[in-house]
Design a protein around this ligand. Structure first.
Ligand code: C2E
Ligand code: CA
Ligand code: CA
Ligand code: CA
Length: 279
């Protein structure tokens, strides 16, 4: 029985020790996961709502542990960040995602854009631009076909964020602000950032209701903001035709979510979107 407080405060010493061991085990397994080929990337389609065309994919890391089964990223990404393993993991993800674009192209599927998530810690230490540069050089992927997603909180909590973002921009890659609307970026600051895309957080899409409902206000405001700042806007977590129609009506043309496809392995994405695929 675990009585767990929000701040990691726990009532019973035995469970505390148990969780410490559990965490160490998880950490040890995670450190070997790449070489054991337990880490892989799932890809989720991003589409133009009106035409249904594929505009890109987002790479989402997966860990299929021999000992633990599927471990969700919400569990191992924070651990990887705390332990520093995110440097290795992040580098692997970047390289693999860029390589996959080339493999699909050889197989006859041209995915216009690959979106990859950057974590705060990766970003923090300034080393991310060289890493991205290397992944592009090794794979020959055109920089404008790589989009890096960073959350608002990562940007706001990183000193020198503007410098790091400018370095990335200098490589010619595209930049998106992930989970937009959930953080606290000031509009003045946003205007200085060389980003091209705002990604509306799923929480605002989930709540969309009939026209005129007050909970629609944030999604509409973000779409308007994107328009006035000349940024592209994409909605995440789109699950229903109603949500898609709402977005289109309000001027958001791009979406990602279960309505268009769940994150799937590379071969499956090819089967679903490649030559001869019937959708
Ligand atoms: P995120 O970047 O906001 O990714 C979107 C999450 O929403 C993914 O969860 C995706 O599977 C899920 N999703 C997509 N469409 C729908 C939908 O229509 N409905 C619902 N209910 N969910 C949907 P996932 O794959 O579990 O990833 C969770 C988070 O883990 C990501 O959130 C991201 O912050 C992080 N993450 C995943 N891969 C990486 C990675 O390679 N590097 C880093 N640093 N973080 C990653
Ligand atoms: Ca993301
Ligand atoms: Ca997101
Ligand atoms: Ca989100």
């Amino acid at each position: 029985a675990k009585a767990r407080g929000r701040n990691g405060y726990r009532l019973y010493a035995p469970s505390m020790a148990g969780e410490g061991v559990e965490r160490l085990r998880l950490e040890a397994l995670l450190r070997r996961a790449i070489e054991q080929h337990e880490i892989w990337l799932a890809y989720q389609p991003q589409v133009d709502i009106e035409s249904g065309r594929l505009t890109g994919v987002e790479a989402l890391v997966r860990w299929n542990s021999a000992e633990l089964g599927q471990v969700p990223p919400a569990r191992f990404i924070p651990l990887a960040e705390e332990t520093g393993f995110i440097d290795q993991l992040g580098a692997w993800v970047l390289n693999e995602a860029c390589r996959q674009m080339v493999r699909w192209e050889r197989a006859g599927l041209r995915v216009p854009k690959m979106a990859v998530n950057l974590s705060g810690r990766q970003f923090d230490r300034g080393g991310v631009a060289p890493l991205v540069g290397r992944a592009l050089a090794e794979t020959g992927l055109a920089p404008q076909r790589l989009q890096l997603e960073m959350t608002e909180s990562v940007i706001m909590n990183t000193g020198d964020a503007l410098q790091y973002i400018n370095d990335l921009h200098g490589l010619g890659v595209q930049l998106a602000i992930d989970d937009f609307g959930t953080g606290y970026s000031s509009l003045a600051y946003l205007q200085q950032l060389p980003v091209q895309t705002l990604k509306i957080d799923r929480s605002f899409i989930k709540d969309l209701a009939a026209d005129g409902a007050s909970q629609n206000a944030i999604a509409i405001a973000i779409i308007q903001l994107g328009k006035s700042m000349d940024l592209s806007v994409i909605a995440e977590g789109v699950e229903t035709e109603e949500q898609a129609a709402f977005l289109l009506r309000h001027g958001c043309r791009r979406a990602q979510g279960y309505l268009y496809g769940k994150p799937v392995a590379a071969a499956q994405l090819l089967a679903q979107w490649g030559v001869g695929a019937r959708r």
